[in-house]
Design a protein around this ligand. Structure first.
Ligand code: PHE
Length: 347
């Protein structure tokens, strides 16, 4: 019986066949188990005589099963290792990555360009009060210029500064900075502003960057040089021609609207460069600016006989549209990744 069992164990082809043999020999109803049970019914003498052979049989079969199981397991591992090869030269799957939004990107660029010119970055609240947004900027209650701003007011608010509102421009940061830092001042103030207005070129929320310089003996020439230097750096070309036009803002005097010359390329797109007066060229309104009105300097706690300066405000979204050739302002705030990808803004 022993040699027969051992031969069958040696021939077992796989772990299942081996397990079936284990049950057949050593399981509860197994043949060797049955032999072991006969020992209990024997006389002590008979048991002493037969027990060693039965025990040896059980042990021999158990050893053979264990050895065969180890051999089958090893063979199975070998086979798996042979098929499961790992190709370390395969490229890893690409995971999509976000990128900086064009508006944030332009704000970062502006901060860098102006840092080189010695400007710090200042900030102010988007929920502003009437006094900073209008009154201190020389727009008292009932000033007609207030009506041009399509202001979002908060109902039923009237703390010390007047009604609360969503700031309509970044100019209140001028006042806040002069009041907290005194003079001299050299800052830009980028941020969100709000006006109740919506079409292809207007969104109720958009971005501006304010510039403010306050010092002694500041004049219009400083403003023009600063704007030219900034625009050449931003658009990465020396071919930037500015036109300064007299204009009106309550908080600057004189006020200057700045236009930039452009040409039309073969696809009909506007490209900056050259004088707008050349044939086939034109002027594009770019930003508002001027010498800070002495009344604003005064209301901000400084002496306008000692200090003067210039200020400008420019739409960040409009700068981004011009630089990257984007033409619908609303797309800036849709969060559509395909639009960002189209302009090279997403991986
Ligand atoms: N605050 C003005 C606007 O939003 C722009 C401006 C800023 C004009 C500073 C002059 C000086 O239209």
């Amino acid at each position: 019986m022993k040699s027969d069992a051992l031969a069958r164990i040696a021939a077992a082809a796989d772990p299942n066949a081996l397990e079936a043999l284990r049950v057949e020999f050593l399981g509860k109803q197994g043949s060797i188990s049955a032999l072991l049970k006969t020992l209990g019914k024997m006389s002590p003498e008979e048991r002493q005589e037969k027990a060693p052979a039965i025990q040896a049989l059980r042990q021999g079969v158990a050893d053979a099963l264990a050895a065969k199981k180890a051999a089958l397991d090893a063979a199975e591992l070998e086979a798996r290792l042979a098929t499961e090869t790992l190709d370390l030269t395969l490229p890893a799957p690409e995971t999509p990555r976000g990128t900086v939004h064009p508006v944030s990107q332009v704000m970062d660029e502006l901060a860098e360009i102006f840092a080189d010119l010695g400007f710090a970055v200042a900030t102010g609240p988007e929920v502003e009060d009437d006094w900073y947004n209008f009154t201190a900027l020389n727009m008292p209650e009932s000033h007609p210029a207030r009506a041009m701003h399509d202001t979002f007011y908060f109902p039923d608010t009237a703390p010390k500064g007047g009604r609360m509102l969503l700031r309509t421009h970044t100019s209140p940061v001028q006042v806040r900075t002069m009041m907290t830092d005194g003079a001299p001042v050299r800052i830009i103030a980028p941020g969100r502003v709000y006006r109740s207005d919506s079409d292809a070129t207007h969104t109720p929320m958009f971005h501006q960057v304010e510039g403010l310089v306050i010092d002694k003996d500041i004049h219009l020439g400083h403003l023009k040089w600063t704007l030219e230097t900034f625009l050449k750096a931003f658009f990465q070309t020396d071919d930037i021609v500015l036109r300064l036009r007299p204009s009106y803002f309550p908080f600057t005097e004189p006020s200057v609207e700045v236009d930039v010359g452009f040409a039309i390329d073969d696809k009909g797109k506007r490209v900056l460069g050259g004088s707008g007066d050349e044939p086939g060229h034109g002027w594009m309104e770019l930003l508002g600016s001027g010498m800070v009105n002495r009344r604003v300097i005064e209301m901000s706690g400084l002496d306008p006989d000692q200090y003067q300066g210039f200020a400008f405000g420019v739409g960040v979204d409009r700068l981004a549209m011009l630089k990257y050739g984007m033409d619908d302002l609303r797309a800036f705030f849709d969060g559509d990744v395909r639009w960002l990808q189209h302009y090279g803004f997403s991986a």
